[in-house]
Design a protein around this ligand. Structure first.
Ligand SMILES: [Zn+2]
Length: 105
């Protein structure tokens, strides 16, 4: 089994829901692709310097949209969440002023 396909602990993507005033961690694109059985396809398209299979631009764009520009819905209210950096720390739920600032972004 190749190095890339081994089970390794992957980072999570971080999202916030400004309506619920909560932060959520979501699996990253590789975990998501693995679940869909498309991990090798994704790795082939974006991570290998010499892809085994050449994908068309259309196929690549579809994968990009599916895995990298994926919008996560809030697990509580189903609204679209905002993606934040991994170092971002969501304010406490009662810090209304800070959440208001985040809403503007
Ligand atoms: Zn929410």
């Amino acid at each position: 089994m190749s190095y890339y396909l081994q089970k390794i602990k992957r980072y999570k993507r971080h999202f916030i829901c400004v309506d619920c005033r909560k932060g959520f961690k979501k699996s990253n694109e590789k975990d998501f692709a693995e679940k869909n059985g498309e991990l090798s396809l994704l790795l082939n398209a974006f991570y290998f310097s010499k892809p085994k299979k050449k994908l068309s631009k259309k196929e690549k764009d579809a994968l990009k949209l599916k895995y990298f520009e994926r919008v996560e819905d809030c697990p509580q209210c189903n609204q679209k969440m905002k993606e934040v950096s991994m170092s971002f720390k969501a304010p406490a739920k009662n810090k209304l002023k800070e959440w208001k600032e985040l809403m503007k972004k």
